[in-house]
Write a protein that binds this ligand. Structure first.
Ligand code: ASP
Length: 315
C-alpha cells in the first residue's frame, strides 16, 4: 500500500508574522521579520509532534521582496515538492506583497501539491496575534487530500493565488478574492470547499535568471487626473521593456498618457491596460490599440509580462 505523504515543509521569509513590537498593545508600530520560522512553529502547541520541517529562506519585510528571493524561494519550493514524503509546503510571508509572490509561484511552478502562503496582520508579540492560527490553518491546507496549486490562507479563508489580493491596511481579515470568492473556509481544522484549486500553465523554475540584471524591467504606471507623458519618457530612458498601465475604470487612460504609451508600443515596448479598480476585468472593445490585461490586477499583469519576456528570451 502506498504511504500517504505527511511531511509539511514550512519556509520562512519574514513579514509581520515574524515581527515584534516593544509594546504588546501596539499592532502597527512594530518591526517585521525578527523571529525565525522554527520559533513561529514552537508558538503553536497544536503543531507539536507533527511531521514538520522548518527552513529559513529569507528574513525580510515583504515590501522589500525582489527577484533574488523569488528565485531562491521558487527553487526551494520545487525541490521540497519533489520529495515523495512531502505533502505540501507552507511559506510564511509578509502581507504587503503576498499576492505577488503567490501569483509568481503559481505561474512559475503550477504545483500539483499545495503550496500555502500565510501571514499575519499583527506582530507575534501582539495581545491577540493572528499568526499562530493562520499557521495552523495553513498546515491543515498543505496536508489536505486533493489540494493543489498555490493558495493563501489567512483569517480562516483559502484564496487562490490567481485571485488573492490585500484589501485592507490593518484589519485581521485583510484579504479577498474579488469576484471569484474564496476557494474554501478552514473550520476547526477542516476545509469547507466552494470551488476548485488554482490551475495554470507553468513557466518552469529553470527559466528564472540567476543574475538579477537579466530579469526584464517592467514598471506600473497609474493613470490619474493630470497624468502626462513624462513618466513614460523617463521609463523609456532607463530602458524598461514593458509598462503595465493601471488605468481608470474599464481600461481608460488620460489622453496624454495614452499617446505616450501608444508611441512606446510603436517603438517596441510591451504595453497592457489593467484597471486600478478593485474588482472587474478590463473588457476590450474592437479597434483598441493597447491590449487589455483582462482580469489581471496591475501587479499580476506585471508578473505576466516579466514571465512572457523571459519566455521570449533576450532581445
Ligand atoms: N510590511 C509587512 C510585510 O509585508 C506587513 C505584514 O506582513 O503584514 O512584511
Amino acid at each position: 500500500m502506498q504511504k500517504i505523504a505527511q511531511t509539511v515543509v514550512i519556509l520562512g521569509t519574514g513579514g509581520t508574522i515574524a515581527g515584534t513590537a516593544k509594546d504588546a498593545a501596539d499592532n502597527v508600530g512594530y518591526t517585521a521579520a525578527q523571529i525565525g520560522v522554527a520559533q513561529l512553529l514552537a508558538a503553536v502547541p497544536a503543531l507539536a509532534g507533527q511531521a514538520l520541517e522548518a527552513e529559513q529562506v529569507s528574513q525580510i519585510d515583504s515590501k522589500d521582496m525582489g527577484f533574488v528571493i523569488w528565485r531562491a524561494l521558487a527553487l526551494c519550493v520545487s525541490q521540497h515538492l519533489a520529495r515523495p514524503e512531502v505533502a505540501g509546503v507552507v511559506v510564511t510571508h509578509g502581507t504587503d506583497t503576498l499576492e505577488e509572490t503567490a501569483y509568481f509561484l503559481q505561474r512559475v511552478l503550477a504545483p500539483h501539491k499545495p503550496v500555502v502562503l500565510t501571514a499575519a496582520m499583527r506582530p507575534a508579540t501582539a495581545l491577540l496575534a493572528d499568526g499562530p492560527q493562520n499557521l495552523l490553518d495553513a498546515v491543515v491546507v498543505a496536508r489536505s487530500q486533493g489540494a493543489s496549486g498555490v493558495v493563501a490562507v489567512l483569517a480562516g479563508e483559502v484564496h487562490s493565488a490567481l485571485d488573492v489580493r490585500k484589501t485592507h491596511t490593518y484589519r485581521l481579515a485583510a484579504f479577498g478574492s474579488g469576484d471569484a470568492g474564496a476557494i474554501a473556509q478552514v473550520e476547526q481544522g477542516r476545509l469547507r470547499r466552494h470551488r476548485s484549486w488554482p490551475q495554470s500553465e507553468a513557466l518552469g523554475v529553470d527559466r528564472l535568471p540567476e543574475d538579477v540584471a537579466a530579469w526584464p524591467r517592467v514598471e506600473i504606471v497609474t493613470s490619474h487626473a493630470g497624468s502626462g507623458a513624462g513618466i513614460v519618457t523617463a521609463l523609456r530612458r532607463i530602458g524598461v521593456q514593458g509598462i503595465v498601465a493601471a488605468c481608470t475604470g474599464n481600461g481608460t487612460l488620460h489622453h496624454e498618457l495614452e499617446a505616450a504609451l501608444l508611441e512606446a508600443q510603436a517603438a517596441g515596448l510591451r504595453i497592457v491596460r489593467s484597471s486600478r479598480c478593485l474588482g472587474g476585468a478590463v473588457i476590450a472593445s474592437a479597434g483598441q490599440a493597447l491590449p487589455s490585461a483582462g482580469a489581471l490586477t496591475p501587479v499580476q499583469a506585471r508578473i505576466e509580462m516579466i514571465l512572457a519576456l523571459l519566455e521570449a528570451g533576450p532581445r
